[in-house]
Design a protein around this ligand. Structure first.
Ligand code: ADP
Ligand code: MG
Length: 455
């Protein structure tokens, strides 16, 4: 039957679609109106489920096997023939974020955002700055009884929050094929909500969100200050937690630091596990570059990349992993067009603009301003003579950050802090170093300020 159906499908969906998506499937079982398929990747089964489920059910039914649902098991193939390239192009069309039975999927609006098939755990490079977030994400993806609810991931731009969330969704779906996983950004949540209000379909909206097994909302800081959206989010959140459903949230900062977010939401968000992704270290950046290089070399094996190029990039591009990836991608594209080895000179020349913006130095002014703002003291007190603890401590933190984040010498820093002596600066820095070791609040404050300044 499958053979006959395939022949018909090849005509109805076209040979290209057929060869790419349907041919890799293997019909493993067909009874009680459910067709089971083995698919080499989740990507393929999601795609087929979204785009060709109706065609497949139609053809099977036409050939004497009435089918109401499709089920997919991901069975990786031994033969490397169809293996996905290590760095595949971005999918041109959205991928289903849940492998729900085709009928159920067709019956409800698609609320979720597409998942990027490249954002998996296996593509995520783990290092000191992200090991905790990675471990927590793995745990939640298992969906076992000892989880955290909600899991709240936060950190600066381009540090891998979205990547980890997609990885959780992929893995959770593999571990729980029948589960509904809904991933979307807070902005999309708001958009859907407003749309539902406008179309008077708020009941559908509510039941849709309350019926998922896992809800993932990315960049939740977006709903700060948006009152009715916050309200709805709060109710959705509570309803799901009450039913024991998993929630995963990301934001660019900790719940307590999100201005314009209601207190009750902050406290709700804080009752699971909060983990942050720290700014990358040199080692992590190098690891990421090495892992991406393996992908590029797999596609262009004849391209040579000089020793020291990756180290150079890891040193010089420190802000955002996305920029780092972009730089590497550009290098490979450049080298493959010009058929040249990627030497240090080629890298410097081809990435001049990126390297220049990354050299934008953090200034002592920036540091003083951010720290003053954070502790709610006057900027003038940064350079003024006051010795009260509530002013002196933030000033010392600013001194410490000035030493850490700029290349200024102690006397230079002293001059910028109202003409203080370099020994005063050194004393201030030592004090903060001591506190960092055993005062958790200060350690967190400093980490956050650093992140804000480096973003
Ligand atoms: P965020 O959501 O925190 O702004 P993303 O998850 O979008 O950041 O990550 C930005 C880019 O950097 C993505 O392409 C992602 O795959 C990549 N990236 C970030 N961290 C890592 C990592 N540890 N290993 C591999 N790739 C990473
Ligand atoms: Mg993101």
């Amino acid at each position: 039957v499958w053979g006959q159906a395939c022949a018909a499908l090849e005509t109805s969906v076209g040979p290209n679609n057929f060869n790419h998506w349907i041919k890799p499937l293997r019909l493993t079982n067909l009874e009680s109106g459910i067709a089971h398929f083995a698919s080499p990747t989740r990507f393929i089964s999601d795609w087929v489920n979204r785009h060709f489920a109706k065609d497949i059910m139609g053809e099977l039914s036409r050939h004497g096997q009435p089918v109401e649902r499709l089920r997919f098991d991901v069975v990786p193939q031994a033969a490397p023939g169809r293996a996905r390239p290590a760095v595949p192009a971005k999918p041109q069309r959205p991928v289903a974020s849940a492998a729900a039975p085709a009928t159920a999927r067709a019956a409800r609006p698609d609320m979720g955002a597409p998942l990027d098939p490249r954002y998996t755990f296996s593509n995520f490079v783990v290092g000191k700055p992200n090991e905790l977030a990675h471990a927590a994400a793995r745990r939640v993806a298992e969906g076992g009884p000892v989880g955290f609810n909600p899991l709240f991931l936060y950190g600066g731009v381009g540090l891998g929050k979205t990547h980890l969330m997609h990885a959780i969704a992929h893995d959770y779906q593999v571990n729980h094929p029948a589960a509904q996983v809904l991933y979307l950004s807070a902005e999309q949540f708001m958009y859907r909500f407003v749309q539902a209000l406008r179309e008077s379909s708020i009941m559908d909206f509510k039941s849709m969100f309350r019926n998922v097994n896992m809800l993932m909302v990315d960049d939740v800081q977006f709903i700060a200050g948006k009152d009715s959206t916050q309200e709805e989010f709060f109710h959705t959140f509570n309803a799901l937690v009450d039913q024991g459903k998993q929630i995963v949230i990301s934001a660019d900062r900790a719940p307590a630091e999100i201005k314009g977010l209601e207190e009750r939401i902050k406290s709700r968000l804080s009752c699971g596990l909060i983990v942050d992704l720290h700014p990358t270290t040199y080692e992590l950046r190098l690891g990421i570059l090495q892992s991406k290089t393996v992908g590029f070399r797999a596609q262009q094996p004849d391209l040579e990349i000089g020793t020291g190029v990756l180290e150079f990039l890891a040193h010089r591009i420190t802000t955002n992993v996305r920029v780092l990836e972009g730089a590497l991608q550009r290098l490979f594209a450049h080298a493959s067009l010009l058929r040249r080895e990627i030497t240090l000179e080629v890298a410097q020349e081809c990435l001049a603009d990126i390297l220049r913006t990354n050299d934008r130095k953090i200034s002592i002014d920036d540091i003083q301003r951010k720290v003053a703002e954070h502790y709610n003291i006057r900027l003038a007190d940064m350079v003024g003579p006051k010795r009260a603890r509530n002013v002196a401590r933030p000033r010392q933190i600013a001194m410490y950050l000035s030493k850490q984040l700029t290349s200024r010498s102690l006397p230079e820093i002293g001059r910028r802090f109202g003409g203080r002596d370099h020994t005063t600066i050194m004393h201030g820095i030592r004090k903060i170093e001591e506190l960092l070791a055993d005062d958790k609040t200060i350690a967190e404050d400093v980490a956050m300020l650093k992140r804000l300044l480096e973003a």
